[in-house]
Design a binder for this molecule. Structure first.
Ligand SMILES: [Zn+2]
Length: 98
């Protein structure tokens, strides 16, 4: 996939919607339309995951990872695909159905 196609894809997938489809809950708004919540990428106990829906970017103050929705999918997917494919069949496919 070339760079231009990636940019178009990013604009088509709002990060906030993508996160909410993964059951991410924002803890509180922190101004300028941004939100803080628990980080889905590490074992977070206090909200350190910042989402900027306007720039379509995230940043975690805990594990210090950030980027766009594509980057999130890259970081987030190995964790969920580590389990055997049939370990939890009832949840597979439902979470991402928006
Ligand atoms: Zn984190």
């Amino acid at each position: 996939m070339n760079r231009h196609a990636l940019d178009e894809l990013k604009q088509q997938i709002p990060l906030l919607k993508y996160l909410q489809a993964l059951d991410w809950q924002q803890a509180r708004p922190i101004g300028f339309g941004r939100f803080l919540g628990l980080c889905p990428l590490h074992d977070d106990h206090q909200p350190s995951f910042l989402v900027d829906p306007h720039k379509n970017l995230f940043y975690c103050y805990g594990c210090r990872r950030g980027g766009d929705v594509i980057r999130f999918a890259e970081i987030g997917s190995p964790k969920s695909s580590r389990k055997p494919a049939n370990s939890n069949p009832r949840h597979r496919g439902q979470r991402l159905a928006v």
